[in-house]
Design a protein around this ligand. Structure first.
Ligand SMILES: C[S@@+](CC[C@H](N)C(=O)[O-])C[C@H]1O[C@@H](n2cnc3c(N)ncnc32)[C@H](O)[C@@H]1O
Length: 218
């Protein structure tokens, strides 16, 4: 676990309430936009989990407010929600009983899963952290299992990494570590794991961020 991730997690522990509050407040500024964004993500999740039988085990890394895990549960999957920060676990537990404290960089998965989902989590990972996470998830998946994640795109940025506090959505009153990845660097790490890239696309996000979105298959 890098010092960058460790320090960022300390901020999440201290500032989780601010994060949850500003996310809700930001969504209220333009409820239609927030709804469209949520629907887009839900459609993406549904489409990519569709090949799995209902009841299949799905693990979410870094659930934070638990909204994505809640949706995955509603789709009929057996979801395990998780977060490294205790401050988020209570929030997620109110939606998903099966919520555990889990640091993907240091803890072992206790089960095998049909799919693992990590949304906006690896933005706080160094390249070495990402390498560890990819290999751990690979081991935790059943053969044919799916790993869905996104990561921030370096192409639209002027640096590889920075400590930043966004002014609008996700504002936290404290700077967190952000890593911006080149597609070829992520692809190189993936190629060393055994994963095949099932689908890949780039998309825009708030705060002028661009994302690399991966669906991998074991
Ligand atoms: C930007 S938030 C995203 C939350 C949620 N996935 C979403 O899309 O709304 C990043 C989350 O990653 C979690 N996180 C950061 N480092 C982690 C690690 N090493 N292991 C597990 N979770 C981690 C944080 O606690 C936080 O909940």
């Amino acid at each position: 676990m890098s010092i960058e991730n460790k320090k960022t997690v300390e901020i999440y522990e201290r500032k989780a309430a601010t994060y949850l509050k500003t996310t809700i407040e930001h969504d209220k500024l333009d409820e239609e936009k927030a709804k469209r964004k949520k629907e887009k993500l839900h459609n993406f999740i549904k489409t990519n989990l569709d090949s799995l039988e209902k009841g299949s085990k799905v693990f979410e890394i870094g659930s934070a407010d638990g909204e994505n895990a809640k949706y995955i549960k509603e789709l009929g999957y057996n979801v395990t929600a998780s977060d490294i920060a205790d401050a988020f676990i209570d929030e997620t537990k109110s939606k998903i009983e099966n919520t555990i404290k889990f640091n993907v960089l240091e803890d072992d998965f206790k089960d095998k899963y049909s799919a693992v989902f990590a949304w906006r989590v690896f933005v706080h990972f160094t390249k070495e952290d990402l390498d560890i996470a990819l290999n751990k998830v690979y081991k935790a998946l059943e053969n044919g299992g799916i790993f869905i994640f996104n990561i921030m795109n370096r192409e639209t940025k002027t640096c590889d990494e920075e400590w930043v506090d966004f002014p609008n959505e996700y504002h936290m009153d404290a700077e967190r570590y952000y890593k911006y990845f080149l597609e070829e660097d992520v692809n190189n790490l993936i190629s060393k794991t055994g994963f095949k890239i099932k689908s890949f696309h780039k998309e825009g996000g708030d705060n002028k961020n661009k994302w690399l979105v991966y669906v991998l298959k074991k």
